[in-house]
Design a binder for this molecule. Sequence first.
Ligand SMILES: *Cc1c(COP(=O)(O)O)cnc(C)c1O
Length: 376
Amino acid sequence: MIYLDHNATTPLDPRVLDAMMPFLTDRFGNAASRHHPLGCDAATAVETARAQVASTIGADPREIVWTSGATESDNLALQGVLGSPVYKKRHVVTVATEHRAVLDTCEVLALRDVDVTYLPVDAAGRIDLDRLATAITRETLLVSVMHGNNETGVIHPIAQIGARCRERGVLFHTDATQTFAKIPIDVNAMRIDLLSASAHKIHGPKGVGVLYVRRRDPRVRCQPLLHGGGHERGLRSGTLNVPAVVGMGVAATLSFDERIGTLRDRLEQALVSRLDDVEVNGHGAARLATTTNLSFGGVDGAKLMKRMPDLAVSSSSACTSALLQPSYVLGAMGCDEARARGSVRFSLGRFTTEAEVDIAVDTVVEAVTALRAAQE
Ligand SMILES: *Cc1c(COP(=O)(O)O)cnc(C)c1O
């Protein structure tokens, strides 16, 4: 099996597993039980991991809240800020191509009398910054724009977006799940007020993530979703999953090298040159080095995947393909339904090899050629 679906999830890095192991066995303390050595040991490990995550994005460790993953982080950011009694404004600006964790949360907010504006994107998946500026009104409390898109890899200019939000006195949240620990992020330089990330997209364990919440200039007010023991400075109650937290800390320190981008280019260029009628979705925009999303003309993505049982790729957003409808992300980019149905996402990881890429290319070329021949 060749695995090219790293935007959906990644295998654990062995260095992450090594760091987690002791906390799954002997070092099992509750990080909130600091009155004995086992609890203190766990608490120290959690704080080390918090500092590792914080330093990845130039944050203060006190600004990092552990969550169960980016879905929870997005929910906490949006519902938490809009739920704070300190804020009176009731307007949110987001983008049509956000992850469902943001879009579905916005739908819930709309039921609670929050106005939501969904910015459109152009054919390459980019937003228009002037359009963002006009969308911001006196009622706007929060702008939420993701950093790297999970389906297409298109990267939004979050430093410019952050600067505009700060000028207008609006809070800025970014879902950085696909970019965290892969490309440099500095929450201060980029004027980010809230940021979501997840461990399992960076060769860390599933079920753990963080929300960065700015503490000063401005101090962001956020209501918890979960109430209980008052863990995480009251923002997220519940006993911490210490092994997972430790794993995320280590995963955040491990680098993604440029080799991945070279392999992605090799894959993309080979498929585009060896097959007719292949379009690169997001072509022309800045894109994540790990991702390519291709539309094969006249081919159904789901049928194509069925012909390639040893190749793990994604025919749409893995999270929405259960719905059996073409991608809303590609739809927002003006992609017609046939082209959207013929799209396949290839996403590479730290352990992807050149040999795997070459086998994947041969497999796809063979399958596309066979499917097209069968239709003639
Ligand atoms: C994977 C992903 C999520 C969801 O993260 P989980 O940790 O699986 O909940 C949210 N946003 C983006 C952009 C993602 O890629």
